[in-house]
Design a protein around this ligand. Structure first.
Ligand code: SAM
Length: 318
């Protein structure tokens, strides 16, 4: 292994030395970097400890290919990293979203993983309000993916069942954006072997929906295919317990979006990095990353986790 691609975690007292623009916040930031070759304008392959709102202004305009993040949920996890009151959530998040919009490339995507809780027997509405406000801010709401938590804990509530899923909102700056659908194709499955064995006459032409949904299909197009495009539900198990972070998402979650919306060498940003899952996924897939996390203990945890990942393409940095 050469000195150039040898993975290192440096700990700096401040990020100021690596950034051209002055830091908005006066608070000192700790910067863990993973590369021996720092980028001249941006702290790539680094974890910056600080408030996202204060750190983001240091990132140049239109430089990020994908933002994938899970912000603190309203009034949750108050024992570990504080919570924001549901009534104040949208007001808190919008200035951060404005910065995310500025740093994202026009071809980039923003994935927001979030889930509203329950207050006094009623679902909170701040997530719905946030989506509407983000649209007013100029975001293009392309899609909502759903993360089905395969291993949600059993429980009993008087008026509902346990939460088994979370939102993954997909926002863009523009209608046309980078998307590599081939990268997330899934096996056709055994059903195809029997279903496609003997085709009817209808199967051989485009068959329009009988109920007028506008959805038509030509089954014969699927013959001989090993892979199909997936649907918009991700079936993944949670992994918090083995990451020392109470709200970690599984690394496979950011990894799926990274494969779908970026190519090797692209830059991924997570402004609420937590235990570092996004950085780990970026590094595993040969992308570059910037992670921001307010709590020093999680910065250290994330730094430790990325240190343990060896890049899959040998030389990450161009
Ligand atoms: C839901 S967790 C993210 C978990 C992460 N996806 C993972 O897999 O570990 C949200 C994180 O945001 C951090 N956080 C809260 N407010 C922040 C802020 N203003 N700026 C940066 N990080 C913040 C919290 O400390 C917490 O670790």
């Amino acid at each position: 292994m050469t000195k150039r691609n040898k993975t290192k975690i440096h700990q700096h007292k401040t990020i100021k030395t690596a950034m051209k623009k002055p830091q908005v916040s006066e608070e000192p930031a700790v910067w863990y970097t993973d590369t021996a070759v720092p980028h001249s304008l941006m702290p790539l392959d680094s974890i910056i400890c600080g408030d996202a709102l204060h750190i983001l202004p240091n990132i140049p305009d239109c430089t990020i290919d994908l933002i994938v993040t899970s912000p603190p949920y309203a009034d949750k996890r108050t024992n570990s990293y504080g919570g924001i009151h549901p009534n104040k959530y949208v007001r808190w998040f919008l200035p951060i979203a404005k910065e995310l919009q500025r740093v994202l490339k026009p071809s980039g995507s923003f994935i927001l993983n979030i889930k509203e809780g329950v207050s006094d027997g009623e679902r909170q509405t701040y997530v719905l309000e946030l989506v509407l406000e983000l649209k007013k801010q100029g975001w293009f709401w392309t899609e909502e993916y759903l993360w089905h938590k395969k291993n949600s804990y059993p429980g009993k509530w008087p008026n509902r069942f346990r939460d088994g899923w979370e939102h993954c909102f997909h926002f863009n700056k523009e209608k046309n954006f980078a998307m590599y659908q081939e990268a997330v194709r899934v096996p056709m499955g055994d059903w195809a072997k029997t279903r496609l064995k003997k085709l009817s006459e209808t199967d051989k032409r485009r068959d329009e929906s009988k109920v007028g949904s506008g959805f038509g299909k030509n089954i014969s197009n699927w013959v001989g295919r090993e892979l199909a495009y997936p649907d918009n539900v991700l079936h993944l198990a949670t992994e918090s317990s083995n990451k020392n972070h109470s709200a970690a998402f599984p690394t496979s979650l950011p990894e799926w979006f990274i494969r779908l919306f970026t190519k090797p060498g692209d830059i991924i940003l997570d402004p609420f990095l937590g235990s570092g899952s996004t950085a780990v996924a970026a590094k595993r897939t040969g992308r570059r990353y910037i992670g921001i996390e307010i709590l020093n203990e999680f910065c250290q945890l994330a730094g430790q986790r990325v240190k343990e990942v060896s890049s899959n393409n040998g030389e990450l940095f161009k």
